[in-house]
Design a binder for this molecule. Structure first.
Ligand code: ADP
Length: 482
């Protein structure tokens, strides 16, 4: 059974967050259990893509109004990622360095049409190709219109028999746009119009949920949460629940391995505390802080969804008590939060530092060198950071939401099975209490030693998740045979 993943991101070619990690790893693990899988994504002008050797596998056009839009599909041949990676090249659409925008210029204003062009090219390629995939697996709103195009657009009717899976990695972003861009969608019967629409706009996320044969979310708890809080799609989620399931993400334990990770300073051998100590000291070349104190870190997008707006007050309040702790932050996001962190760095120099950028190396080094990882998220579909943190011996402090609830058992619940510290309410008081509890654990050497050892041994690899997806694929294929 051949599976084609359609995505806007895939690590290491292009990654902005967890979507890139998932699509970069899942196909490899599906291949391992004999589900040959490939990925198709836009050909951005990222450094990684520019450094690869590629070979064209298809050139063609798709019709748009009175015109034909040329495109090509190219395969990366210089590295073995564990699966074939195909890049869709459309002049003027993706030959830019950013995925969704540039750090300086901001969000690209033509993202709706860019990703529609991408989906149209994929549909056309599949139509022309002799060998069709058995399953088409679309990820997030960037490929959410493809299940509609394949089943309702006249031009692609002969592909309508191929089962589609749509995975919601983040239900906050819908990618919705005005009906005046509907000419970009290949023509379809008027009665299908309602499938594209939500709240009087074309909504790719809603459309993916309506039209895919099966819908998944990246954790079971997130699926439950979406039925009461999905940025306006709650009713739809409840309506479509019968064809939905939550599959918890895994992590790529070949990329994220503290014993071999080329991006960290000191590799793990048998002595966890010296591995931690050396990696913490190595952070001094990027951050101003005292490595003798417990270090609490936040890594991620500096947006409300991640609860990043709670951090400046939280950190300020705690450091103003004179507590012997340090806080480090790596991330980019809302300018207001950037300014708050910059001011905090002046106020608590040596106890708080921040790197306002996206930096893959530094993220790995922080997972390896920190004592605790803070995740005060308002929403967390799965969350990979807490999984990486545990694998690198960093104790997660998380709010009880989404995938964080599914993966972090509180120490108070079980001293033998506990994996970290959880708090329930999105308040300064709850978050502060969690940090005091963490410091208490840190001050008890046997507690922190046992905890680190335990979380580093957990198995969060993709093997189980790949099996869960393969079961979904199998059921869908059976439906086509009936
Ligand atoms: P998201 O909702 O952003 O996708 P996830 O927890 O699923 O959140 O995944 C986040 C991924 O992005 C992790 O691999 C994390 O290490 C990485 N990441 C986030 N922000 C940064 C940053 N500023 N620099 C480097 N890596 C980052």
């Amino acid at each position: 059974m051949n599976v084609l993943h359609v995505s806007a991101e895939c690590y290491p070619a292009a990654k902005a967050g967890g979507l890139g990690d998932v699509v970069g790893a899942l196909p490899k693990y599906l291949n391992d259990i004999d589900y040959p899988s490939a990925v198709v994504m836009p050909k951005y002008r990222t450094k990684w893509v520019r450094n690869q050797d590629i070979r064209p596998v298809f050139t063609g056009t798709f019709p748009l109004l009175d015109d034909f839009i040329p495109f090509s599909v190219e395969e990366v041949i210089s590295v073995d990622l564990g699966y074939p990676l195909y890049l869709v090249n459309i002049i003027g659409q993706f030959d830019r360095p950013g995925i969704y925008g540039d750090p300086e210029a901001g969000w690209y204003t033509d993202n709706e049409s860019r990703f529609l062009y991408f989906q149209r090219a994929v549909a056309e390629w599949l139509l022309q190709e002799k060998r069709k995939p058995d399953i088409i697996h679309c990820h997030d709103y960037h490929s959410g219109l493809l299940p509609f195009i394949l089943t309702h657009s006249f031009r692609y009717q002969e592909l309508a028999y191929i089962p589609t899976v749509f995975t919601i990695h983040n239900g906050e972003y819908h990618g919705s746009f005005d009906w005046n861009l509907s000419y970009l969608i290949p023509s379809f019967p008027p009665k299908a119009r309602g499938l594209l629409e939500w709240d009087y706009r074309i909504n790719p996320l809603a459309c993916g949920i309506k039209c895919a044969w099966h819908v998944t979310t990246v954790s079971p708890t997130y699926l439950e949460e979406l039925s009461t809080d999905a940025n306006g799609l709650e009713i739809l989620i409840r309506q479509e629940k019968a064809k939905a399931s939550g599959v918890l993400n895994g992590i790529d334990d070949q990329v994220w391995d503290p014993a071999t990770d080329p991006l960290i300073h000191t590799h793990l051998d048998s002595d966890i505390s010296s591995y931690k100590k050396h990696n913490k000291e190595a952070l001094s070349s990027d951050f101003l802080f005292d490595p003798h104190l417990p270090v609490f870190t936040f890594i991620g997008r500096l947006v409300r969804e991640k609860g990043a707006d709670l951090l400046p007050d939280l950190i300020d309040q705690i450091l103003s008590t004179g507590a012997d702790l340090c806080f480090l932050v790596l991330g980019t996001g809302e300018p207001e939060i950037h300014h708050r962190f910059q001011a905090l760095r002046q106020k608590h120099t040596g106890r708080f530092d921040v790197a306002l950028k996206y930096d893959e190396r530094l993220a790995h080094q922080l997972y390896a060198g920190s004592d605790f990882l803070l995740m005060p998220s308002r929403v967390e579909p799965c969350g990979l950071n807490q999984l990486y943190a545990m694998r690198y011996g960093t104790v997660p402090i998380v709010r009880s939401v989404g995938g964080l609830k599914d993966t972090v058992i509180d120490l108070a619940e079980s001293s033998k099975k506990g994996r970290g510290i959880r708090f329930d309410h999105f308040t300064l008081e709850d978050a502060r209490q969690a940090i005091w509890r963490a410091r208490e654990a840190y001050e008890s050497p046997p507690t922190i030693r046992d905890l680190r050892k335990r979380i580093m041994q957990l198995d969060f690899s993709w093997t189980q998740a790949a099996r869960n997806y393969s079961n979904i694929y199998k059921k869908l294929i059976k439906k086509t045979i009936k």
